[in-house]
Write a protein of this length. Structure first.
Length: 393
């Protein structure tokens, strides 16, 4: 394995006769991260309830229930896709819940408040309100993408040790966007049901729920990718600059999509000529990032194997999908761990901790140890030792 010139060497493995790690591994996040995440989740949930209450005032309980059930279909499509993207190194569930609730609650409230404020300000000034097209093409893209992207920026600031690169940024951004689209779909489906009955709802559902479930995901992913790059290159202040940089293509794509409904009489042609190629390009990018993650895992764990932490066979097991499937199959065929415990769960922890170790090593190599990579290395190596003991008990 070729080492990067000047890179810190991985911690050497203890010899077989050396004492085992004495400290108990700390698997959780810091207290500040836990508190901030809990506050964020509570705030997002509260504002989501406010949004639902606002919808009930307009559509009634029955209308909101029907619209919410319809909105669950595109949400499920988005969440299953995010799960597929995030399989290699899953992000913490608490962070994903924060992302979803930020999109569904906080971002929607921000968009509604800005819309109300602009309308009231125009009335006080005696000027006409922002036109429908200007609101859709200028105001909505800037406000909505700014609010959604800021949620991803907060995750980078608060839980940076779990933010390893562009793919993580895309996962968090897609989750925020999925939450926002869920609440927005309830609004549009409720309006369609109120104005056009079931036929109006059916048309709107096909356009928004089946033809374009990934529209918001594609917009906000631009900001997420930019912040993923920032996680490897800069600090907190620099990340804000990357946030603004990613906001530009996010708002432009959003404006292009919204403007198409005003400029093109045949929206299906626009969808086929513009949205489908953009979507296919996004799929190609995701696949390339997933391949890069697997290659990075193999290279970094190979460095630990060279000093005795893994065998070459374990590196193959941990860095390929087939290897991971065979490992889980082996774990299922083994008896329970003496004293209680599942070997399947132990194997999942072994895979998870080893993958996180590879990303931690990568942060060390690119000089990003200031985000807690050095202490995490010792913690993860201790965890991996415990995982292996459980598997071989």
């Amino acid at each position: 394995m070729t080492m990067t010139p000047g890179a810190p060497a991985p911690a050497a493995s203890p010899t077989p006769v050396a004492p085992l790690w004495q400290q108990s591994p700390h698997r959780g996040a810091g207290t500040g991260t836990v508190v901030a995440t809990a506050i964020g989740i509570a705030l997002g949930a509260l504002l989501l309830l406010v949004v639902i209450g606002y919808f009930i005032l307009g559509f009634g309980v029955g209308g909101v229930l029907i619209a919410a059930v319809a909105a669950m279909v595109p949400l499920l499509i988005v969440l299953l896709t995010i799960r597929w993207i995030d399989r290699w190194e899953p992000e913490p569930r608490a962070a994903l819940w924060f992302a979803f609730l930020w999109g569904a609650g906080v971002s929607v409230v921000v968009a509604l408040l800005v819309d109300f404020s602009v309308t009231i300000a125009a009335q006080v000034a005696g000027r006409p309100a922002v036109g429908e097209m200007a609101g859709a093409v200028i105001q909505a893209p800037l406000v909505e993408e700014g609010a959604k992207g800021f949620g991803v920026l907060l995750i980078l600031w608060v839980a940076r040790r779990y933010f390893d690169g562009p793919l993580d940024g895309l996962v968090y951004a897609a989750t925020v966007a999925g939450g926002f689209a869920f609440s927005e779909n309830i609004l549009y489906f409720g309006q369609a049901l109120l104005e056009g009955g079931t036929s109006g709802l059916a048309v709107t559902f096909v356009v928004r729920g089946l033809f374009s479930p990934f529209a918001h995901v594609m917009f906000t992913s631009c900001t997420g990718l930019a912040l993923g790059i920032a996680s490897r290159r800069t600090g907190a202040l620099g990340a804000f600059g990357f946030y603004l940089l990613g906001l530009i293509p996010a708002a432009l794509l959003h404006a292009l999509w919204n403007g198409a409904f005003f400029l093109f009489s045949d929206i299906l042609s626009y969808y086929a000529l513009v949205q489908v190629p953009l979507f296919l390009g996004a799929v190609a990018l995701v696949i390339a990032l997933r391949v890069h993650e697997r290659r990075l895992t193999r290279e970094r764990l190979g460095e630990y194997a060279s000093v005795g932490w893994f065998t070459p066979g374990e590196v193959d097991l941990l860095s390929t999908w087939n290897g991971r499937r065979h490992a889980l199959s082996w774990a299922r065929s083994q008896p329970p761990v003496p004293g209680g415990g599942s070997r399947v769960q132990a194997m999942k922890r072994f895979v998870r901790d080893s993958t996180r170790l590879a990303h931690t090593r990568q942060r060390l190599l690119v000089g990003r140890s200031a985000i807690g990579a050095a202490p995490d290395e010792q913690t993860l190596l201790a965890s991996i030792s415990e995982d292996r003991r459980a598997l071989l008990a």
